[in-house]
Ligand binder design. Structure first.
Ligand code: NDP
Ligand code: OXD
Length: 309
C-alpha cells in the first residue's frame, strides 16, 4: 500500500514529515514522481489536476487536505465509487472560529471607522451596543459554523443559524431549508457564510438575499467565492442595504489586482486564510481516517457525493 501526496500549490516537505510520523509503515510518493500508478491506495490531495485520480487503478479513497471538496468534485473524471474524505480537524476549526470572531468583533466595534478616524486624527465615538442586542446569523451549521456559533454565544451575541436539515443547538436559534430562510435572514444584522459550495449554494449571496436582510447588514464570506455575486454586493453597498463586508474567498484567487473589492472602503479582503490547514494537526485526522478505511469503515467525514458536501 502506498500513499500519493498531490497538492500542486503546497510545499510537501512538512506533510511528508508529518505523514512519516503518523503512518511510519506506509510509503509516501509525491506527485508528479508517483512511480507505478497501480501501487497507489490513497491519495492525499488539494486541487489535483483533473483526470489524475481516475488514472490510479487501485485507488481506495481520496483524502482532502481541505474541508471544502468542491474543487475535487468538479473533476468529471473522479471515479464515482471511490470515497472522498474531507478534512475535519480541530486546528482548522479553531482557526475558522478565530476568523469569524475577529470579523464579527471588527463589525460590532466599528474597527474600520475607528481606523479611518485615527488616520484623520479625529476623536469621534461611534454608537456602541452590547453584544446581546446584535444578531449574528450563520449560514451553515456544520463543523465550522457550529464552532463559530458557540464562540459567538460565549461572547454574548444573539446567534442564529441556517442549515439544510433541522438542527437543535443550545443557545442558537436554528432555521432550516427554504422555508426557514426568510425568518433567518430577517434578523441577521451580521451574516456569516460558512456553507459548502454546491449546485444549491452557488450564487446564494445575491441581490435577492441582501434585500431580505435588515437594512445596513454586514456580510462575512469565508465559504467560497462563488457563493457571492460580486456585482450584487457592490450594488448593495452603494445603496446602504449592506454596510460592509469581510471577504476571505473569491471567485478568482488570487483576487485580480484591478478588482473593485481591493480599494472599496467598506470591504475587508483577506487572501483565503480564514482557516489554514496545519500539516501536523491535519495529518493526525488523515491518519485516523486511513486506519478506519483499512478496517473497512467509512469515516464520519466521508462526503455524500449526491449532496456535494
Ligand atoms: P460541513 O459539511 O460540516 O457543514 C456544512 C453546513 O452547511 C451544514 O450545516 C449543512 O447543512 C449546510 N448546508 C449545506 N448545503 C446547504 C443548503 N443547500 N442549504 C442550507 N444549508 C446547507 O462543512 P464545514 O463546516 O466543515 O465547512 C464549510 C465550508 O467552509 C467548506 O465547504 C469550505 O467551502 C469552507 N471553508 C473555507 C475555508 C477558508 O479558509 N475560507 C477553510 C475551510 C473551509 P446540514 O447540517 O443540514 O447538512
Ligand atoms: C478548505 C479551505 O476548504 O482551506 O479547507 O478552503
Amino acid at each position: 500500500m502506498t500513499l500519493l501526496f498531490v497538492a500542486p500549490t503546497m510545499d510537501p516537505a512538512d506533510w511528508i514529515a508529518a505523514l512519516a510520523q503518523e503512518l511510519p509503515e506506509i510509503p509516501v510518493r509525491v506527485w508528479p514522481d508517483m512511480g507505478d500508478p497501480g501501487d497507489i491506495r490513497y491519495a492525499i490531495t488539494w486541487k489535483p489536476p483533473h483526470g489524475l485520480l481516475a488514472s490510479l487503478p487501485h485507488l481506495g479513497a481520496v483524502l482532502s487536505l481541505g474541508a471544502g471538496v468542491d474543487s475535487l468534485l468538479s473533476d468529471p473524471t473522479l471515479p464515482a465509487a471511490v470515497p472522498v474524505i474531507r478534512l475535519v480537524d480541530p486546528a482548522l476549526t479553531a482557526c475558522m472560529t478565530e476568523y469569524v470572531v475577529w470579523q464579527v468583533l471588527a463589525w460590532h466595534r466599528h474597527a474600520s471607522a475607528y481606523r479611518a478616524h485615527q488616520q484623520d486624527r479625529r476623536w469621534q465615538k461611534m454608537p456602541e451596543r452590547i453584544a446581546s442586542e446584535r444578531t449574528v446569523g450563520i449560514m451553515g451549521l456544520g463543523e465550522l459554523g457550529l464552532a463559530a456559533a458557540r464562540a459567538l454565544v460565549a461572547l454574548g451575541f444573539h446567534v442564529t443559524g441556517w442549515s439544510r436539515s433541522p438542527r437543535v443547538i443550545d443557545g442558537v436559534g436554528c432555521y432550516a431549508g427554504a422555508e426557514g430562510m426568510d425568518a433567518f435572514l430577517a434578523s441577521a444584522q451580521c451574516l456569516v457564510c460558512l456553507l459548502p459550495l454546491t449546485d444549491e449554494t452557488e450564487g446564494i449571496l445575491n441581490a435577492d438575499l441582501f434585500a431580505r436582510l435588515p437594512g445596513g447588514a454586514h456580510v462575512i464570506n469565508a465559504g467560497r467565492g462563488r457563493h457571492l455575486v460580486d456585482q450584487d454586493l457592490l450594488h448593495a453597498l452603494s445603496t446602504g442595504q449592506i454596510s460592509g463586508a469581510a471577504l476571505d474567498v473569491f471567485e478568482t484567487e488570487p483576487l485580480p489586482t484591478d478588482h473593485p473589492f481591493w480599494d472599496h472602503p467598506q470591504v475587508t479582503v483577506t487572501p483565503h486564510v480564514a482557516a489554514v490547514t496545519h500539516p501536523r494537526s491535519a495529518t493526525v485526522s488523515i491518519a485516523a481516517a486511513i486506519r478506519e478505511l483499512e478496517q473497512g469503515r467509512l469515516p464520519r467525514q466521508t462526503v455524500d457525493r449526491g449532496r456535494g458536501y
